[in-house]
Design a protein. Structure first.
Length: 254
């Protein structure tokens, strides 16, 4: 059972398969790749772009041609595997990133020294933490036998900028990367609280040189100017494969 937002649905990776504003790429996103890799006998993907935590728990989502019911309604006591990507919608990722934007090559916005950037970072984390916690709690209650995997944010911004694709100074890139580490503590805490599993795709992407500044063929995430099919600042198909592999390897170890 795949739940979550655009980081799972795979917008623009395979636009020919999009049926509505969920922008789901149902054959090449990480839920599909995981299902194929581990050979599941039954698989449902209700991931949807722009989904917020409330759209998982109790709020229908308008997706252009229909109203999608709350995603959690598709879980049952028989569900034995759940993947979740959530928390981007309603976070302060965008305004924080905009404050780091350099207007030309070599410029330095110095968001790392900007009190407003730090304020937005802290406020966004504090606002999203209880919402993510509530989602994970609801999943565990609805599907108590399931192995639950929560996938973190970040991975697009590494430890250096590359204007105009990631238009930030190297020092601000390091700060942004640290911001996503702080944000991902939300998922670490929820995983510990509810006995679920956390997939740290950002650390793997940055440490392995797979951020949005990496060359084509090595890049897992796209920047502002995608050079492979994906929505800007989102995982491309290589990232989807990497996430599926990380989950499958963890399952195998269990």
């Amino acid at each position: 059972m795949a739940l979550g937002d655009s980081r799972a649905s795979g917008p623009l990776i395979d636009p020919s398969t999009h049926q509505d504003l969920c922008l789901r790429s149902p054959e090449v996103n990480y839920p599909a790749k995981l299902a194929a890799r581990i050979g599941v006998t039954s698989f449902t993907d209700v991931t949807c772009s722009a989904a917020k935590p409330s759209h998982v728990i109790d709020t229908p989502q308008f997706v252009g041609t229909r109203i999608a019911p709350p995603q959690i309604e598709f879980l049952s006591t028989d569900t034995d595997l759940v993947t979740l990507s959530i928390g981007g919608g309603g976070s302060n990722h965008l305004p924080v990133s905009l404050l780091c934007g350099a207007i030309n090559p070599g410029a330095d916005a110095r968001c790392r020294d900007n009190p407003l950037a730090e304020q937005l970072a802290v406020e966004g984390i504090e606002r999203m933490a209880p919402q993510v916690d509530a989602v994970v709690a609801a999943i565990v209650e609805k599907a108590p036998q399931a192995e639950v995997y929560v996938i973190g944010h970040g991975g697009s911004v590494g430890l250096s900028g590359c204007w105009p694709n990631i238009p930030v100074s190297d020092a601000d890139a390091v700060w942004l990367n640290g911001y996503f580490e702080r944000f991902n503590q939300i998922y670490v805490d929820a995983a510990e609280q509810y006995g679920v599993h956390y997939i740290d795709i950002a650390t793997s992407a940055v440490a392995g040189g797979h951020d949005a500044c990496a060359p084509l063929g090595e890049r897992w995430f796209e920047g502002l100017l995608p050079q492979s099919p994906a929505e800007p600042a989102h995982p491309n198909e290589l990232a989807m494969t990497a996430i599926a592999d990380m989950i499958a390897e963890d399952l195998g170890s269990r």
